[in-house]
Design a protein around this ligand. Structure first.
Ligand SMILES: Cc1cc2nc3c(=O)[nH]c(=O)nc-3n(C[C@H](O)[C@H](O)[C@H](O)COP(=O)(O)OP(=O)(O)OC[C@H]3O[C@@H](n4cnc5c(N)ncnc54)[C@H](O)[C@@H]3O)c2cc1C
Length: 368
């Protein structure tokens, strides 16, 4: 008897898993998943997503990538050190380090691809009407991919930061350059977007500062942003809505139920400083589909695949969480300013170290 899979979640990780599973030969009728439902909240849809090169390779197996701006250089600077280091794709013999797209655009191409898969097989996925997250049947496997660690016993690290998301029009563009500027209150990123002279802003700071900035009149906001970021892109002009997101790292506890597994943000929600959350989630989805596919092909119970998946993901997950937590906190501790400067200079002067770090961010930290 074919074991049934239930997938919870409608975000990019859940849908990517469905598409990877289709490539592994899972018929839609064996999967219960409600993928098409209410629209994504505006604050989530507006999120810019920096996709690593590894993620673009994974995604290109299942979709045509949405409109995106390539990243050829990452420019990292430290506000109270005045230093700057640059990571170039050319130094790594790669045309790009990755690209930036919008959450809504990526979600849309994934949904379209899923609709095509369902049309081709003429068998829409079965949705289990009960909303319970516990496996309903003895042979059912549940994959939690709903973007929410949920559990009260999740291991939480509060950064006392919120991210302010917005898009800005810049006076002078630097095509292909992603800027990450570390301030004492948190990182400020200005990422390239597909449209000329348009940039995505992710400005992390204390919840109080972020709330204040979200309400500033646009011209005052522009001035404050220019003061914080500096003149590298000329004047900066707010274009459109501002959104706020509280930032916490949350790690779901290990599932007690051997027939349940969590992937993507449902397993680990990270600070956006290194732009690794979705990249990690896509690797989760891909490797879980591979393990389930292997078990399916050999007529093995799918629980075995979950055991193998958990084991296989330990290294990548731990390394990505560790580096992201450290980056999110390290540059905010002014007492550590001398160490920050040393760390920064080492990164700037040591090309092998810098390249190793960049490769790790491009393909996953375990491989770095
Ligand atoms: C400011 C910011 C910038 C980021 N930048 C990057 C980046 O550059 N690169 C990268 O790899 N990752 C980035 N991430 C992380 C990335 O967005 C998540 O890791 C990714 O979306 C997880 O996908 P998922 O399918 O597991 O969860 P998702 O379903 O995307 O859920 C993520 C969050 O959105 C909420 N959400 C989604 N859909 C709905 C809905 N319909 N209703 C209510 N809530 C919903 C969830 O509750 C959850 O809190 C960023 C995150 C933030 C907060």
């Amino acid at each position: 008897m074919t074991q049934r899979l239930r997938i919870e979640g409608r975000g990019p990780v859940a849908i990517a898993l469905r598409l990877f599973l289709a490539r592994q030969g899972f018929a839609p009728s064996t999967i219960a998943h409600e993928a098409f439902a209410e629209p994504i909240p505006a604050g989530v849809a507006a999120r810019p997503l920096a996709l690593s090169l590894g993620s673009t390779h994974l995604l290109s197996r299942i979709v045509a990538l949405p409109e995106a701006a390539p990243i050829r250089t990452v420019d990292v600077s430290l506000a109270h050190h005045g230093g700057r280091t640059r990571i170039h794709a050319a130094d790594l013999d790669s045309p790009t380090l990755g690209c930036v797209t919008r959450y809504a655009a990526l979600h849309d191409v994934l949904v379209q691809a899923l609709r095509r898969v369902e049309r081709t097989t003429r068998a829409p996925s079965r949705f289990a009407p009960h909303a319970s997250s516990e496996p309903g049947e003895a042979d059912e496997i549940v994959v939690r991919a709903d973007g929410d660690t949920r559990s009260p016993s999740a291991r939480t690290l509060d950064f006392d930061q919120c991210a302010l998301l917005a898009e800005v029009v810049v006076e002078r563009d630097a095509p292909g350059v992603a800027f990450e500027h570390f301030t004492a209150q948190g990182p400020l990123a200005l990422l390239p977007l597909p449209e000329t002279r348009r940039r995505a802003l992710v400005w992390c700071s204390t919840p109080q500062q972020t709330a204040r900035r979200a309400l500033l009149p646009p011209r005052e906001f522009d001035d404050e942003l220019l003061g914080a970021f500096g003149p590298a892109l000329g004047t900066l002009r707010l274009a459109g809505e501002r959104h706020r997101t509280p930032l916490q790292r949350r790690l779901a506890p290990r599932e007690a139920n051997p027939r349940c597994v969590a992937i993507g943000n449902a397993a680990q929600a990270l600070h956006p400083v290194a732009g690794q959350g979705l990249n990690l989630g896509l690797r989760d989805a891909f490797e879980l589909a591979q393990e389930l596919g292997t078990a399916h092909a050999h007529g093995m119970p799918l629980e075995n695949a979950l055991v193998r998946f958990r084991r296989r993901r330990i290294g990548d997950r731990a390394a990505t969480v560790g580096v992201t937590d450290t980056l999110a906190r390290l540059f905010g501790w002014t007492a550590l300013a001398p160490i920050q400067s040393v760390a920064f200079d080492v990164l700037d002067w040591s090309a092998p170290l810098r390249d190793r770090f960049a490769k790790a961010l491009m393909f996953g930290l375990r491989s770095g």
